[in-house]
Design a protein around this ligand. Structure first.
Ligand code: ATP
Ligand code: MG
Length: 471
């Protein structure tokens, strides 16, 4: 299956200004400041979240939990995005009911996860994630397990909302929308940071990044998506902790890479990842080529590929993960194939071997699924086939199931100067030509000195007399 993702609609600015004015007016007199827990409660009149913007299914889950006597809040990205006037990607619910209790409330529910046990409540295609408030164990036990680098391997200690806050990553992701009175509860000054446009980790940045290095990728993703700045101590901790990203299981990193590059603003994300030395952990072979690049080709190919996919997403078109990853790894594969050819391996075999080796390395870091790697290989394998423009080969190529992607990849390579415009024009004409025109186009051309020479009757060369009157 091809990974196809569409971009959500974004138009935050006017709403953000509205939010700012409401927020500033109330900054000093927000009436409920609990000195014990230092939290602020923004009543319904002081924020812009309306139930009409919340998914009906999420509301059903919240009301149902409340009816059963549990606390129930929306939390995380959905609260953050609604406060910024953005359309949330998904709705996450948090409650004091434990996973078993949640399962008893909802028939359409499945418990998932090992690191964090969660309930998924299914409504057709929509899934509402329901988590239990997470607590902190006084010391690691079988419910909360850290490895030697301080990474959390398991975290199933349940707690209260006050404890749950400190398990979350950024202050702006730790705002709770309470279904009981429609207020927003803020324990970590997330509202202030939302207004300042700052991504601030809750607690000590180095410890929090060591606990879960994926938070570094989340920082980059949110910084780009929201146009926020990463707070200075968090930035410093990212530089220091970047290599630890390599300890994350490859399946989880693959999921994160998809979120980084296939939701729009991929180019900006790529630049930020390189700045924070994180791209080299995710795609070390590509980074090596970027550092030794010749005439900027590899970088240009990546930039063009990311620009194209960002534009497609902006225009509501689909983008495919395999095409982008084919662009990311094209240069490492080409360079390795060239090396192999220098050792007298025939081009076709050299390319196959290079693709195998580079993909095998990449899969260990980001577990690209087989359907993705198969499609990447097909796109790569098609590239030399565009050189053959005589006989029956071009017509056969047109019927290849991956022709469109292969040709788009050729066009991408042309935009970096690696393929001639004449070749692209020929293939464009050939695709639109009728059968007889196609036949003419694929006739072996009668050109070149040898062919002309062969067609003409042989005539002995005569040496002209330089003094003759004809000269
Ligand atoms: P979006 O869904 O828009 O990508 P999000 O913030 O909702 O952003 P999710 O992955 O849906 O991201 O997570 C929901 C919430 O769970 C987060 O807002 C955050 O509070 C918490 N969370 C998620 N991942 C982590 C993590 N690695 N460490 C700590 N808290 C996390
Ligand atoms: Mg979310």
């Amino acid at each position: 299956m091809i990974t196809i993702i569409k971009k959500i609609n974004i138009g935050a600015q006017p709403v953000l200004s509205f939010f700012k004015s409401v927020f500033q007016a109330n900054l000093n007199d927000t009436e409920t400041t609990n000195t014990q827990n230092q939290h602020k409660i923004y009543p319904r009149s002081e924020h812009i979240i309306s139930r009409s913007q919340i998914s009906e299914n999420a509301l059903k889950v919240l009301y149902r939990l409340q009816k059963e006597g549990y606390e129930a809040y929306l939390v995380g990205g959905c609260v953050r995005d609604l406060l910024l006037g953005r359309e949330p990607k998904d709705f996450d619910v948090v409650t004091n009911a434990d996973p078993e209790q949640i399962r008893r409330v909802f028939r359409n529910c499945r418990i998932i996860g090992r690191r964090f046990r969660l309930a998924h409540v299914h409504f057709g295609k929509e899934v509402i994630e329901v988590a239990t408030f997470r607590g902190a164990a006084d010391e690691p036990n079988d419910k909360q397990v850290l490895n030697q680098e301080g990474r959390l391997l398991r975290d199933n200690v349940y707690g209260t909302i006050e404890e749950d806050v400190w398990r979350r990553d950024f202050t702006i992701n730790a705002l709770y929308y309470n279904i009981r009175d429609f207020s927003v509860v803020d324990y970590a000054q997330g509202m202030d940071d939302l207004l300042l446009g700052v991504l601030r980790l809750i607690g000590d940045p180095t410890t929090r990044l060591r606990e879960d290095p994926v938070r570094m990728l989340r920082a980059i993703r949110f910084a780009v998506k929201l146009g926020f700045n990463i707070e200075l101590t968090c930035e410093q901790a990212i530089f220091a902790t970047a290599p630890q990203l390599s300890n994350i299981p490859s399946a989880r990193l693959y999921d994160e890479v998809i979120k980084l590059f296939l939701y729009g603003s991929g180019l900006q994300t790529f630049e930020k990842l390189r700045h924070y030395q994180l791209f080299q952990v995710l795609f070390p072979e590509t980074e090596r080529c970027l550092n030794t690049e010749n005439k900027h080709f590899p970088q240009l190919l990546l930039i063009k590929a990311l620009e194209n996919s960002d534009n497609r997403i902006m225009n509501g078109k689909s983008v495919t993960a395999y095409f982008l990853f084919a662009a990311f790894l094209w240069e490492p594969v080409s360079q390795l194939a060239t090396k192999k050819m220098a050792h007298n391996i025939v081009p076709y075999i050299a390319f196959q071997e290079a693709a195998n080796e580079i993909l095998a390395k990449q899969i260990k870091i980001t577990a690209l699924p087989r359907h993705i790697t198969t499609a990447m290989r097909e796109v790569w394998n098609l590239q030399p086939k565009f050189d053959a423009r005589t006989g029956s080969k071009p017509s056969r190529l047109l019927t290849h199931p991956r022709f469109r992607a292969g040709f788009d990849f050729l066009v991408l390579r042309q935009s970096t100067g690696a393929v001639s415009q004449e070749m692209i024009d020929w293939w464009l004409n050939f695709q639109h030509a009728d059968e007889s025109e196609q036949r003419k186009m694929t006739q072996p051309q009668q050109r070149g000195p040898h062919k002309k020479f062969r067609n003409k009757p042989y005539r002995k060369k005569t040496i002209k007399n330089p003094s003759s009157s004809e000269t």
